[in-house]
Ligand binder design. Structure first.
Ligand code: NHX
Ligand code: ZN
Length: 674
């Protein structure tokens, strides 16, 4: 990712900052206190009307003690009482209860309470005199213990200990359940935004760190100005916009751009993803939205960045009782309300990122909410060059590396892809024990990222290798012969990733594509299968990927581009087609025609491919044998077989234009001179 460097090395605070921790704690503890008090009361009441103890008088006690009724006597000095434990054989007669009940008086196998009698004694001295006397006269052998009163408290403690333990385990489990940083199940409604501000931001991201994206940067600079000096705008009666939507494909640096806005404006930056609002509990999403805006208003002026807003912002279903997602819609409604709710000058600006603006709910996009849409496109040639320069700052390269060349070799790459190429090139160079990263390492890195890992160890028979070579030579021949096909870079029969062989092109970065260009591309893609059929006499499953691409392309031509003869100028694009395809914006009859037209377009191109190949079969065979021998061939080898290609590729054309300083587009000229 283009913003890789800025993601990792940052300390992360849980939502709300350190001062919020106390309130969270209290909330938890209040419940705890209530629980503990209830339990203590319960224990108190159950313990006191226990029936295995009885109070008796001093005289009666003396009588029993003399007859050696007691196994144990505990003297409580302060209260002047003695608790005496009855011997088993006397329990029934003294306590006058059925023995069954006494026998049941066990708690988890441990005796909860012994059958005792309690007696008020005149004084501890009197008792000990009496005891000495009966030991001497009657041979009593009770065990006597002198004890302080905390015995009772200890008993209660022992009783509640299991409960306390249980409660603590329960709390522990609850904490664990709600997952690490989140804290307590009671905090489920809190927004889990990461906040970057002066204290947490180790390295501030500024516009200097954002390469390319010049138009987007310009628009976003205005937002920085709103945050820096809002009065300039409000004094004239203007309203500060509430939000901006960053729209663009993945990896183009939307997050980075948002961070740069925060860095430039020097304000706190809340970052969260649209999916952070979604939880399995109902109502949580809405409450998180509320919490997010509360936190943001406390820190205003600040920026809130919601990544992947389509997770909540998808258009609400039209049919309320079918396929609608109530929880998500509630969250979205809350978001809409909050964006309306805060005054425009409260200093909170919402930035949201998505890669599809068209599926968002229209209510999100109306004025007063996400007022502006900022397009963050894939980088073009010059942007890619800038991005390469940024990422090559930390990489040791030698003079063979030319950023201009690298930029030209990576059409369609996003900023994130380019970062990946640079990293991969460094790794490849290191693996080969080089001191500097060289051009070829970058080329290998590009191949690796586009095509996957090279698999030299794959075992193939001679027959299979011939099929592969024929197939790839078919692609190569056609793309050389067809004017509008993508320019070929190399052809290989070395397996890589999922593919057994490949023809590598440099895709043209066209702004618009004509019907002829689409036809030529499809014809070249079908060249593999056509060559198999023509020269092997049998076809293979290997072309599946080619066929998939061609079929998608033909379908798009019919359904979206209005390019077919039977359904001209019609576009059946429908965002609601998202709803699992229950509704199609055309009739069943049209569906049949679409299928027919797709079939016809592909059939025509396949026949054209076969025709062209059989016209040039000599050259095709030549190419096949070179391919089988060398395994990889480059465009220069093709030039030797076919002669110079008669057409300039688009990128060559632009290059020539820039050289001559003439930027007007003219007819593609035939190249005759060197
Ligand atoms: C298989 N692979 O799956 C074997 C290993 C016809 C000489 N049994 O068209 O390699 O058959 O021009 C992305 C890229 C599937 C996704 C390539 C998914 C290839 C590739 C099937 C060459 N080159 N086919 C080609 C090929 C195959 C496949 C892919 C993909 C072959 C053909 C794969
Ligand atoms: Zn193919």
């Amino acid at each position: 990712m283009a913003d890789n460097n800025y993601k990792n090395n940052k300390p992360q605070l849980p939502a709300g900052g350190p001062d919020d921790k106390n309130s969270k704690f209290k909330f938890n503890m209040n419940w705890m206190y209530v629980l503990i008090v209830i339990m203590l009361l319960a224990i108190f009441f159950t313990n006191n009307n226990s029936s295995t103890s009885k109070e008796i008088g001093w005289t009666e006690f003396q009588k029993m003690a003399k007859d050696n009724y007691f196994s144990k006597m505990t003297v409580y000095n302060r209260k002047n009482i003695v608790v005496a434990t009855l011997r088993q054989e006397h329990v029934a007669s003294v306590l006058k209860e059925d023995t069954a009940k006494i026998k049941n008086n066990y708690f988890f196998g441990q005796k909860k309470e012994e059958p005792t009698v309690t007696v008020m004694i005149p004084s501890a001295d009197k008792f000990s005199d009496f005891y000495d006397k009966i030991v001497f006269e009657n041979g009593v052998n009770s065990e006597v213990k002198y004890d302080e009163d905390h015995d009772v408290i200890w008993g209660i403690l022992l009783n509640i200990l299991p409960f306390v333990l249980f409660i603590f385990i329960w709390i522990f489990l609850m904490r664990r359940m709600s997952g690490g940083g989140g804290g307590g199940i009671f905090n489920v409604g809190r927004a889990r935004a990461q906040i970057y501000d002066k204290s947490t931001q180790a390295k501030k991201v500024t516009f200097k760190d954002v390469a390319g994206l010049s138009e987007a940067k310009q628009e976003v600079e205005e937002i920085v100005d709103f945050l820096k000096n809002p009065s300039k705008y409000t004094d004239l009666g203007g309203k500060i916009p509430k939000g901006a939507l960053l729209v663009g494909p993945p990896g183009t640096g939307k997050t980075l751009l948002a961070k740069a806005v925060a860095g430039e404006a020097d304000v706190p930056f809340f970052s969260l993803s649209g999916s952070d609002f979604v939880e399995m509990f109902v109502g949580v999403g809405a409450s998180r939205v509320r919490d997010l805006f509360r936190q943001a208003k406390e820190k205003a002026p600040c920026i809130v960045f919601i990544d992947e807003i389509d997770a909540v912002g998808r258009a609400r279903g039209r049919n309320p009782n079918m396929g609608s997602n109530d929880e998500r819609e509630n969250t979205l409604n809350q978001l809409l309300t909050e964006m309306d709710g805060f005054g425009s000058n409260s200093g909170v600006i919402i930035l949201a990122a998505t890669n599809r603006a068209d599926i968002l709910d229209k209510a999100l996009l109306r004025a007063g909410r996400f007022d502006r849409q900022i397009n963050v496109d894939l980088p073009e040639l010059n942007d890619r060059k800038e991005i390469f320069i940024v990422h090559l700052r930390n990489i040791k390269i030698d003079s063979s590396v030319d950023t201009e060349f690298l930029a030209r070799q990576t059409p369609g790459f996003s900023g994130a892809d380019i970062a990946n190429v640079c990293n991969e090139a460094a790794l490849i160079a290191a693996r080969n024990g080089k001191e500097f990263v060289q051009k070829e390492d970058f080329m290998n890195a590009v191949d690796r990222i586009v095509g996957g890992l090279e698999k030299k160890s794959k075992i193939t028979t001679a027959e299979e290798r011939r099929t592969i070579a024929l197939h790839e030579a078919g692609h190569a021949t056609l793309s050389w012969l067809l004017e509008h096909a993508n320019p070929l870079v190399k052809v290989t029969i070395v397996p890589r990733g999922k593919a057994l062989g490949a023809a590598w092109y440099l895709p043209e970065e066209r702004q618009i594509t004509t019907y002829e260009q689409l036809q030529d591309e499809m014809c070249a893609t079908l060249g593999g299968r056509a060559a198999e059929e023509l020269f092997m006499g049998k076809i293979s499953t290997g072309a599946s990927n080619d066929l998939e691409r061609v079929t998608k392309q033909a379908h798009a031509m019919v359904v979206y581009f209005g390019m077919s003869q039977k359904l001209p100028n019609l576009n059946y694009y429908d965002v609601t087609g998202q709803d699992w395809g229950f509704t199609k914006p055309y009739s069943d009859e049209t569906a049949l025609i679409i299928d027919e037209e797709v079939k016809r377009i592909i059939g025509e191109q396949y026949d054209r491919a076969k025709q062209l190949l059989s016209d040039h079969s000599g050259q095709h065979h030549q190419l096949t044998s070179i391919l089988l021998e060398k395994e990889v061939i480059y465009s220069d080898d093709l030039e030797k077989i076919f002669g110079k290609r008669r057409w300039l590729s688009r990128s060559q054309e632009i290059l020539e234009q820039q050289k001559s300083g003439n930027l007007t587009v003219d007819e593609p000229k035939e190249k005759e001179e060197e």
